[in-house]
Design a protein around this ligand. Structure first.
Ligand code: AMP
Ligand code: MN
Ligand code: MN
Ligand code: MN
Length: 278
């Protein structure tokens, strides 16, 4: 029997909804065999998830999703099978979280100009870990009646071009891939169809990622269309990268994404787990 993999999920330690143990229990009900927790810029949920997975016989992969600035674009790099005790990784992630706090103060100032007060405290009250995300601001805006749902909270206030969008310098691409390698892990370029890049720029990004030691492309993503999945399968082959699969599950708040609800890898792809000994 083929095993069901989901190598990209979030818990409430970053911008997901479920506690790590709840996420593992949910993945179990969804017949997932191998699960990675990949919270944004933090590894604090991994121990709880690993213990819950061991208790129910699910194979757990310790992961992280690192915020990176490439050119003037934010891209996300997934680290899989990372040793969370690696010092360079932890120092790097701590710096990114400090940047997030500075950004949050500026988001708060910009929302105040729109006569929305208490946003920083409100977002922090909804945050259960060390990673303060725009998603926490979006939830605050919904809670206080300033937006009807997440999509519109982002579009009206938080996305690029909106009044409370604050540009940030995240980690460098080579730096993030280096932290993951230094932690014994494999780097995967997350949801490659989500970036607003021309086909040529996207190939440059993938080429540079590969040159810095990147291992895999997230060919199958819960945020990709079927056509996008096929397109990135072809690009993985062309760049001799392995293929990863991940839902990018954040919780029941985004019902269009579900843990383990992913099509199989197209023929010819080499799965990122090819050499894993579990
Ligand atoms: P941050 O890393 O704090 O800048 O926040 C980025 C996160 O916000 C992503 O990981 C998504 O979970 C979420 N996000 C970004 N854009 C949207 C959107 N348009 N609708 C809903 N969630 C979004
Ligand atoms: Mn997120
Ligand atoms: Mn992402
Ligand atoms: Mn994600």
């Amino acid at each position: 029997m083929t095993r069901r993999y989901d190598l990209h999920t979030h818990s409430r330690l970053s911008d997901g909804i479920l506690a790590p143990a709840e996420l593992v229990a949910h993945a179990r009900t969804r017949q997932v065999d191998v699960l990675a927790l990949t919270d944004h810029d933090v590894t604090d949920g991994l121990a709880e998830a690993a213990a819950a997975a061991a208790a129910c016989g699910l194979t757990f992969v310790p992961g992280v999703e690192i915020s990176v600035t490439w050119g003037n674009q934010t891209v996300h790099i997934i680290g899989l099978r990372v040793d969370a005790t690696a010092p360079d990784l932890q120092h790097g992630l701590a710096r990114l979280r400090a940047t997030r706090l500075e950004r949050a103060r500026e988001i708060d100032r910009r929302l105040q100009k729109k006569r929305i007060t208490g946003a920083l405290e409100g977002a922090q009250a909804l945050c259960h870990g060390a990673t303060l995300s725009r998603t926490h601001f979006a939830r605050f805006l919904i809670q206080t009646g300033h937006a009807p749902d997440l999509r519109r909270a982002f579009r009206q206030f938080l996305s690029h071009g909106a009044p409370a969008y604050v540009p940030v310098q995240w980690a460098g691409l080579e730096q993030a891939v280096g932290w993951i390698g230094g932690a014994g892990g494999q780097a995967a370029l997350a949801h490659p169809a989500r970036y607003k890049l021309s086909p040529g720029k996207l190939r440059s990004l993938i080429g540079e990622f590969k040159d810095c030691g990147g291992a895999a492309l997230e060919v199958i993503s819960g945020t990709h269309s079927a056509e996008e999945n096929r397109r990135f399968a072809a690009l993985a082959l062309r760049f001799d990268l392995r293929a990863s699969v991940g839902s990018d599950y954040h919780g029941p708040e985004k019902p269009w994404v579900e843990v383990g609800r992913l099509p199989p890898l197209p023929a010819g792809c080499v799965p990122v787990w090819q050499d894993w000994k579990e």
